[in-house]
Design a protein around this ligand. Structure first.
Ligand code: IPE
Ligand code: IPE
Ligand code: MG
Length: 261
């Protein structure tokens, strides 16, 4: 856990007074399943894509708030491997939105020292989008104070299978023995290599499921579910989640007495 450290140099548009008043522990790594964009839109008689566009504003608020509060890694689930099976116009609308996000948020990310990394099977994205991603990743990497991992075309099972294939290939090539594969070596073959595991996973829209997100990495994450739909998620909701996180006793398999000792 990190302390609530703030920097006067940040260029943010969130409610800093509200955030500054929070005195609980800040999770190092926060993961979010941003769900409910479609329901947000359809309940207002709008096209689902309008919900995704509003969701992008909630992403901006959340990135800014996490950066302000001193979160080290924020991982957001934007598009799953299974989401490719949605209607073609929704999929193409989402791809256009990613492209727009990359262009629009570049300055904000750079001004606030947020490094972006896309995790997932990027080979399924268009060549143009892949090139824009590489460019943004390289531009935002130097001097990063927070890492923003965006899961796009991401599936936890797919990620684990990919790591397993890569490890098997290295065993076949004689680089090491199957018995040398431990948790550290396995983790280093995941998209999230080098990052700590999430401490807190938030899911919006009231669904109590993981939906193929970070299956390996969430082993000991604290789970927080809110009924708020993702486009409505704001600073206050984030602080509610952090407050709940601060009241948990994380035991990692030990007894409560062991943890206190
Ligand atoms: C989450 O919102 C965003 C993506 C999965 C791309 P949904 O689009 O799943 O919204 P609901 O769950 O249908 O309301
Ligand atoms: C999970 O939401 C994926 C993202 C938030 C990107 P879904 O809406 O795809 O999940 P299910 O279908 O309700 O499990
Ligand atoms: Mg959904």
């Amino acid at each position: 856990m990190t302390q609530n450290t703030t920097s006067p140099k940040l260029n943010l548009s969130v409610n800093e007074t509200l955030l500054a008043a929070f005195d609980g522990p800040i999770p190092r790594h926060v993961a979010i399943i941003m769900d409910g964009n479609g329901r947000w839109a359809t309940s207002r008689g709008m096209n689902r894509l309008r919900g995704h566009h509003e969701g992008a504003n909630a992403v901006r608020r959340t990135v800014e708030s996490c950066r302000y509060l001193g979160v080290e890694v924020l991982t957001i689930y934007a598009f799953s491997s299974q989401n490719w099976q949605r209607p073609v116009d929704e999929v193409s609308g989402l791809m256009t939105l990613f492209d727009l996000y990359i262009k629009k948020e570049r300055k904000l990310l750079m001004d606030n020292n947020v490094a972006i990394r896309i995790i997932g099977d990027r080979t399924r994205l268009s060549d143009k989008l892949q090139a824009a991603i590489v460019q943004l990743e390289e531009a935002t990497a130097p001097g990063a104070k927070m890492v923003l991992q965006v899961a796009v075309s991401y599936g936890g099972r797919e990620e684990i299978l990919g790591a397993t294939r890569a490890l098997c290939a290295r065993v076949e090539a004689g680089e090491f023995k199957a018995s040398d594969v431990d948790e550290a070596l396995f983790s280093s073959h995941l998209y999230t290599a080098g990052q700590p595991d999430p401490d807190l996973v938030i899911r919006t829209s009231g669904e109590f499921r993981i939906s193929n997100f970070l299956l390996w990495q969430l082993a000991y994450a604290e789970i927080y579910v809110t009924d708020v739909l993702w486009p409505d998620f704001d600073e206050a909701h984030l602080l509610e989640a952090f407050g709940s996180f601060g009241r948990r006793e994380r035991r990692f398999g030990l007894t409560g007495a062991q943890v206190k000792a």
